[in-house]
Design a protein around this ligand. Structure first.
Ligand code: CP
Ligand code: NVA
Length: 304
């Protein structure tokens, strides 16, 4: 029997698979409506809020003739002590794929082990692979290539950052990270990315070093979902040095673009002038989530 394929980490895909997904995403972007997912049902199992991820999956699946069930985890029997294992074993009897946004990455792993149907990570505390997969697609769309493109990420070494590092390493981009020492990306992920990309991955605590000459300047919120208790401490650490300002953007290449996974907090991680300025591609990024995720689903279900 052929193995099912989960998508818990961006490293679950090879470079070739990523490029195949992007080729298909381009076709779906040009021709968005179809019936490839007719009769297929998708569970969107969400422990945390979402705007883009939920809507882009629901809209994309509907465009291909499939249907979705949005599951707010707070309304399930998990709140009354049912195990995640039994929940997964139940869901696989009803749906073709589970798309899950969770606090602990471990929850995804436990679901995936207990289901014969694919599980897709729609964001965990460790990774946001759907975001990275589509952000590199957006970069390719803007620059015509990803190999050798210099991406500078400034801010919290969080889930979005972890997946971006790994994705960049896999496809051959240069990823330079600037984070405060106490908020660096995941150590194991840095090691894995360096094994793939060597010098292509640089880590510093000086934003100017990461941004100088960059093609892409990327940031994300200082306080991720689940980190709210640390808000005051984080703001104190990040605001003075790790905001993407117009001044910082001037160090990047003349044709540099600004990226943010959204939601953004203007005046915190990014100045209004930057995110609302001519270099910003944040809504193209948001749109591409849908095209790329449609391609991902078709590949995972072996329908394309
Ligand atoms: N970028 C992203 O995943 O946004 P949402 O939290 O709105 O889904
Ligand atoms: N790092 C953010 C990303 C939101 C899309 C969070 O986890 O809240």
């Amino acid at each position: 029997m052929e193995m099912k394929k989960d998508f818990l980490s961006i490293a679950d895909l090879t470079k070739d698979e990523i490029f195949e997904i992007w080729d298909l995403a381009n076709k779906l972007k040009a021709n968005p409506i179809g019936d490839q997912l007719k009769g297929k049902v998708f569970a969107l199992f969400f422990e945390k809020p979402s705007t883009r991820t939920r809507i882009s999956f629901e809209a994309g699946i509907a465009q291909l003739g499939g249907s979705t069930i949005y599951i707010d985890v707070k309304t399930t029997q998990l709140t009354r002590g049912e195990t995640i294992e039994d929940t997964a074993r139940t869901m696989e009897r009803y749906v073709d794929m589970v798309i899950a946004r969770v606090y602990s990455h471990e929850t995804l792993v436990r679901m995936a082990i207990n289901m014969k149907k694919p599980v897709v990570n729609a964001l965990s505390d460790l990774e946001h692979p759907c975001q990275a997969l589509s952000d590199l697609f957006t970069i390719k769309e803007k620059f015509g290539k990803v190999e050798g493109i210099h991406i500078a990420y400034v801010g919290d070494g969080n889930n979005v950052c972890n997946s971006l590092i790994l994705a960049g390493a896999i496809v051959g981009a240069k990823v330079y990270i600037a984070s405060p020492p106490q908020y660096m990306p995941n150590r194991a992920i840095i090691d894995m990315a360096r094994k793939i990309a060597g010098d292509g991955i640089k880590i510093t605590s000086v934003p100017e070093e990461a941004v100088r000459g960059a093609d892409v300047v990327y940031t994300d919120v200082f306080v991720s979902m689940g980190d709210e208790r640390e808000r005051e401490e984080r703001i104190k650490t990040f605001i003075p040095k790790f905001r993407v300002t117009r001044e910082l953007m001037k160090l990047a290449s003349r044709n540099a673009i600004f990226m943010h996974c959204l939601p953004a907090h203007r005046g915190e991680e990014v100045e209004e002038d930057v995110i609302d300025g001519p270099q910003s591609v944040v809504f193209d990024q948001a749109e591409n989530r849908m095209h790329v995720q449609k391609a991902l689903i078709l590949k995972l279900l072996k329908l394309a």
